[in-house]
Design a protein around this ligand. Structure first.
Ligand code: ADP
Ligand code: MG
Length: 453
């Protein structure tokens, strides 16, 4: 397929304009480097040299690019993102599992080009985790092994993990990285056990250069997966391969985790990420705004950062709302606009959006200052049991999940436990003003999508 510079430039300009107008949230500065290669058999090929970006576009932006291609050409076109090496071949690129045909690694998480060290703001809360991660990236298996990053929801653990992966790939693109969520690991393992493909499974994992598992606390209570993970860990560790883990709790605080795993996790570097301070939050907002090419005045950053202090995901959410409001009303972002946007949003979300179970859990864990893994554990101590019951009561009220589903979600409890929780909280709300107040506050936090303090 030949590339005609003339058309390709034109297509490029139109594509950019369309995306910036209709899907500004996906646009990044590096989209400049995307090159239309040509149209062949009803498919517009776009050249993206960098594998991480290519895979990211293919998996997360294909819909928007296709829409844009069709809009600017008036034809029913498909879009594909290609690398230098496969301009003439249709092949999903960058799949790390492709070298081992024996087992699909579809569960492999995709890396987001947004999550690099360049975009990571360092502050007192994450300094150690950041420094350790950079060191690990520069010296695989030699700096800290394993690297164990833990902390609350939305504090940058996944960002740090992905940043290391991308640093490593940048230095040596052929590095075999297995990056997946703990849930995927466990599910893949169970699937392989069932289908008698344990050989494949072991081969796949034990031949990696770097194993990165996000949210390892999900191993809690999964005995078989713990066992397998232990062996995978040992094999990799003994051959000097790097292991990087994240969790919502320190190794010692993950409930129902085998002692031998606890001690393995503790034998490298354990780094905790804490909530960001005000200055860091302001800096993060600026960094996020720059990423999506958004002009946000100083006082707006200050306002949003002061208002939202719980976690960074919420901080970003607020920025998105402000941008959405400004765009819809065709006004520039100012402090007044930000105030209205965030106030306005309270009303609109409570009307239109059904809260997700995640929003409920986030609100409960923030309010009671407890960990997700505690909620999901078997612990019955009052400090955990009450928040868990509140979660169940709220889930029952605000979501359409059945008692069984809710029970399953909170650490595999059966429906009678959920029913009991729902009744208990129902009664206690009527009798105990403290409980009733707590529940109301939590509820208002996720219904309005503002943090509880
Ligand atoms: P976690 O995995 O701890 O729940 P994430 O890594 O998903 O949290 O972070 C949530 C969001 O906050 C992401 O969009 C991430 O880019 C952003 N974020 C977190 N920490 C930072 C930081 N220090 N600098 C810039 N962005 C951050
Ligand atoms: Mg995460």
């Amino acid at each position: 397929m030949k590339k005609t510079t003339q058309t390709s430039n034109e297509t490029k300009v139109q594509l950019d304009a369309y995306l910036r107008k209709n899907h500004p949230e996906i646009c990044r500065h590096w989209f400049d480097e995307i090159e239309p290669v040509g149209i062949d058999a009803g498919t517009l090929s776009l050249l993206v040299r960098e594998p991480v970006r290519r895979q990211y576009l293919q998996r997360t932006c294909l819909v928007q690019f296709t829409e844009a291609a069709q809009a600017i050409t008036g034809r029913l076109l498909a879009v594909r993102f290609v690398g230098d090496e496969n301009i003439d071949r249709v092949k999903p690129s960058g799949d790390l599992g492709s070298d081992s045909a024996t087992i699909e690694l579809e569960e492999q998480l995709i890396l987001s080009p947004d999550y690099t060290f360049e975009t990571f703001v360092v502050g007192p809360g994450n300094r150690l985790a950041h420094a350790a991660a950079v060191a690990v990236g520069a010296n695989l298996g030699g700096a800290y092994n394993p690297l164990f990053v833990h902390g609350g929801v939305g504090l940058g653990k996944t960002h740090v993990l992905q940043a290391v992966c991308q640093l490593v790939l940048k230095q040596k693109p052929t590095t075999r990285i297995g990056y997946l969520s703990c849930q995927s690991f466990a599910e893949m393992f169970m699937a392989c056990v069932k289908s008698g493909r344990m050989q494949d499974f072991r081969h796949r994992f034990r031949n990696l250069d770097v194993l990165v598992i996000d949210d390892i606390h999900f191993l809690s209570k999964r005995e078989q997966s713990q066992e397998e993970f232990f062996h995978t860990f040992n094999t990799l560790y003994q051959s000097g391969k790097q292991i990087i883990l994240s969790s919502d709790a320190s190794p010692n605080d993950i409930p129902d985790l085998e002692e031998r795993l606890v001690s393995r996790f503790n034998c490298g570097l354990v780094a905790r990420v804490d909530r960001p301070c005000y200055e860091t939050r302001v800096a993060i907002l600026k960094s996020k705004a720059a990423l999506i090419n958004l002009d946000v005045p100083e006082d707006v950053c200050a306002y949003v950062a002061a208002r939202i202090d719980s976690n960074i995901r919420e901080l970003e959410g607020a920025l998105t709302k402000v941008r959405g409001y400004a765009m819809a009303n065709k006004v520039a972002i100012t402090l007044d606009v930000a105030k209205t946007a965030l106030a306005d949003d309270r009303v609109s979300t409570s009307r239109s959006n059904q809260p997700s179970i995640q929003m409920i859990i986030d609100a409960v864990t923030v309010y009671y200052d407890i960990k997700l893994s505690d909620l999901m554990s078997k612990r019955r101590h009052k400090s955990v049991a009450l928040p868990r019951q509140v979660c169940m009561w709220l889930a029952r009220k605000h979501t359409r999940y059945s008692l069984e589903e809710i029970g399953g979600y909170f650490g595999g409890r059966d429906h009678t436990t959920v029913l009991h929780a729902v009744r208990t909280i129902g009664t206690r709300r009527d009798e105990d003003p403290d409980i009733s107040k707590a529940v109301d506050r939590i509820e208002s936090a996720f219904v309005r999508q503002t943090p509880v303090g």
